[in-house]
Design a protein around this ligand. Structure first.
Ligand SMILES: Nc1ncnc2c1ncn2[C@@H]1O[C@H](COP(=O)(O)OP(=O)(O)OP(=O)(O)O)[C@@H](O)[C@H]1O
Length: 398
């Protein structure tokens, strides 16, 4: 198969008949705009030269040597003359670099993207290679991207190969991240998307959450956890905790009502979906910093969370900034000493794992190097979420 960037079409040799045919026409390219060339058309002549018995490379050579107007003599294919552009928008959940792809039909027709990019898929006609354009770019010729089916197959094959070599526990991840269909969610009165800070323990999510709530405590709220611990004198039910019996809490955990839970000194502690629901339904802004596993239950059409990844800076910056601020280690139960090197390394290692497992769900990333700057970025993001229409999974907009 071959392609010429300026012509916006690819050709191939039909295995059975040996004829040169149009393989695909890139949406928005010159061939497409001519309205005369369609996939399946047989190429008979190029600039008056017969292509009979020639290879696609020979034909490309003729095209390369041609100047000015190029004429094709084609035998139209019987089918496939309707042109329709699909309206599908997707969020890419993996990185694609066409130069590194050994199987792309034409390297210069690829559309590169990184995780999180929003693309307009204009054609899904080919089972392996879709055509897409960067969202908002109407003038650009469409480019080739791997179809969902192709990407799934590739990931499964890579996993099988790796699993043959060694056990890899990370492959308990259920779905294969390929593309997620998205639509724009417009801000609406009385509903505020929960702001969810995800990151490795110790990176500073609590600190950022606390600062945001301090900005306007009547507006920003966090959840009040449940506990099976006995209520102490002076504690108010619904202020520090909701106090419940151990039996009730175990029953609710088994029923899948908890986003996260744990046991500490013989007592259960946990946050339930209901804790989030009550804040959201009261028309308030919920701010959360749960364990990343809680994302599976939080990322629903009901809550429509905005997920911000709080990322640690490189080791040296992490160490310097925390020591300069006399930050106390969150790994130390008494919270009385500084973080040590092992803990900084632990933060970085756990960050890598979280990125690998949940990176495709992050709506934004804040690198927590300088605390004031990181907080500033958080405030900007929160304002954006309150005011702008943003891409969300399409089932959330119905
Ligand atoms: N950018 C920063 N520079 C210096 N110190 C910071 C920075 N960010 C956070 N800290 C400090 O690091 C410590 C740990 O932060 P915090 O308790 O918010 O972490 P966390 O991610 O919520 O951890 P955990 O989930 O384990 O509670 C706190 O003392 C906090 O003030």
């Amino acid at each position: 198969m071959a392609n010429s960037k300026s012509h916006g079409a690819t050709i191939k040799k039909d295995e059975e008949t040996g004829k040169i045919t149009i393989a695909r026409v890139m949406h928005g390219g010159a061939a497409d705009r001519s309205g005369l060339i369609y996939p399946g058309d047989e190429v008979v002549e190029v600039n008056g030269l017969s292509v009979e018995g020639k290879t696609p490379d020979d034909v490309l050579q003729i095209l390369k040597n041609s100047e000015g107007t190029i004429t094709f003599k084609l035998v139209p294919a019987a089918l496939g003359r309707q042109k329709r552009e699909s309206k599908v928008r997707v969020r890419c959940l993996f990185n694609f670099d066409s130069k590194d792809d050994p199987h792309i039909p034409c390297k210069d027709a690829g559309l590169d993207f990184v995780k999180g990019d929003i693309l307009h898929v204009v054609s899904q006609d080919d089972i392996y290679w879709w055509q897409a354009r960067r969202e908002g770019d109407r003038t650009m010729r469409a480019g080739l991207i791997p179809s969902r089916a192709l990407q799934e197959r590739r990931v499964l094959m890579a996993r099988t190969a790796e699993n043959d070599n060694e056990e890899n526990e990370d492959y308990d991840r259920e779905e294969i991240p390929t593309y997620e269909e998205v639509a724009k969610l417009y801000p609406r009165q009385g509903f505020h998307r929960p702001i969810v800070l995800i990151g490795p323990p110790g990176v500073g999510r609590n600190e950022l959450k606390r600062r945001l709530i301090d900005l306007d405590p009547s507006k920003y709220k966090t959840t009040i956890p449940y506990t099976s611990r006995a209520q102490r004198p002076g504690e108010v039910h619904g202020k520090e905790y909701f106090f419940v019996s151990r039996d009730k809490m175990e029953e609710d955990i088994a029923a899948g009502k908890f986003l996260e839970f744990g046991e500490y000194k013989g007592n259960l502690y946990g946050t339930a979906s209901e804790n989030v629901r009550s804040i959201v339904n009261a028309g308030l802004h919920c701010v959360l910093n749960p364990h990343s596993q809680a994302l599976k239950m939080l990322r629903t059409a009901e809550f429509k969370p905005y997920i911000i990844y709080v990322k640690p800076p490189p080791f040296e910056v992490l160490k310097y900034s925390r020591h300069k601020a006399f930050a106390k280690s969150t790994f130390d139960e008494s919270n009385s000493r500084a973080f040590n090197d092992d803990e900084f390394n632990e933060i970085l290692k756990s960050a890598e794992r979280i990125e690998f497992m949940y990176g495709h769900w992050f709506d934004d990333t804040i690198i927590n190097d300088d605390l004031a700057k990181a907080f500033d970025k958080l405030v900007k993001i929160v304002k954006k979420v309150e005011a702008e229409a943003l891409w969300v999974p399409s089932p959330w907009v119905q």
